[in-house]
Design a protein around this ligand. Structure first.
Ligand code: PGA
Length: 252
């Protein structure tokens, strides 16, 4: 089964306008494999630069967040329609920093994932266990719960539009990346849950990325695992040459 390889660059709250412009000028002049989908997730304030530089480049971009209402009195929030105006085609949902720091519940993640699909955007749904949960042997239960909740009531055709990112919380931004085996096991758990809900042939078509201290030097190992189809990358997506090397190493 050949699945689309997906490499997401999650910039989090990094890069202002000048840094973003410098990144994009470098990035679009670098040879990047076309045998995959690359997606940048910059802060909202840089999305207009993505629109300017990435148009017709084949490189997609999207937002790290949005609010789950169409419009109105929601001070500080951004809607899906606003993101679409800026040419976004992807959004992250369920990133552990949103779940942990901003108290986003499984229910809210499910609602936002459904809304993004309805708006015609591709959600990259993030899930992952904490170190305590891992130590307590609760990884399977947590991933199963997060995946099932995100998919509640979702049709097969919608599920096929999703990409997942398995990101163990203990490996994010820590430099302590998961072993290839741990990453494979997490991604496989996600695929098994998908298969239990929708059947194997659907589950086999859905791209599942690993995230958590992915670097140009370790992506190849992750990609050699049967259920890992890409990476969601934080720190190593901030420099154009690191990220392009990472993507090219990933599709080797
Ligand atoms: P990291 O972040 O690559 O810096 O660990 C990954 C993520 O949070 O998506």
């Amino acid at each position: 089964m050949t699945r689309t390889k997906v490499f997401g660059g999650n910039w989090k709250m990094n890069h202002g306008l000048a840094e973003t412009e410098a990144f994009l000028q470098d990035f679009i002049n670098t040879k990047i494999s076309t045998d995959c989908q690359v997606v940048l997730f910059p802060p909202f304030t840089n999305l207009h630069l993505m629109q300017k530089y990435l148009k017709a480049s084949g490189i997609a971009y999207g937002a790290q967040n949005f609010y789950c209402e169409e419009k109105g009195a929601y001070t500080g929030e951004v809607s899906l329609a606003m993101l679409k105006e800026l040419g976004c085609t992807w959004v992250l949902t369920g990133h552990s920093e949103r779940r942990e720091i901003f108290q986003e519940s499984d229910e809210l993640v499910a609602k936002k994932t459904r809304m993004a699909l309805e708006a015609g955007l591709t959600p990259m749904v993030c899930i992952g266990e904490s170190l305590d949960e891992k130590k307590a042997g609760q990884t399977q239960e947590k991933l199963n719960r997060q995946v099932r909740s995100a998919l509640e009531g979702m049709s097969e055709s919608d599920v096929l539009k999703l990409t997942f990112a398995y990101e163990p919380i203990w490996a994010i931004g820590t430099g302590v990346n998961a072993s290839q085996e741990d990453a494979q096991e997490g991604c496989k758990l996600v695929r098994t849950t998908l298969a239990n809900l929708y059947g194997k042939s659907i589950a086999d078509q859905i791209s599942i990325c690993y995230g958590g201290s992915v670097k140009p030097g370790n992506i190849e190992g992750y990609m050699s695992q049967g259920d890992i189809d890409g990476g969601l990358v934080g720190g190593a997506s901030l420099k154009a040459d690191d990220f392009s090397t990472l993507v090219n190493n990933g599709v080797k």
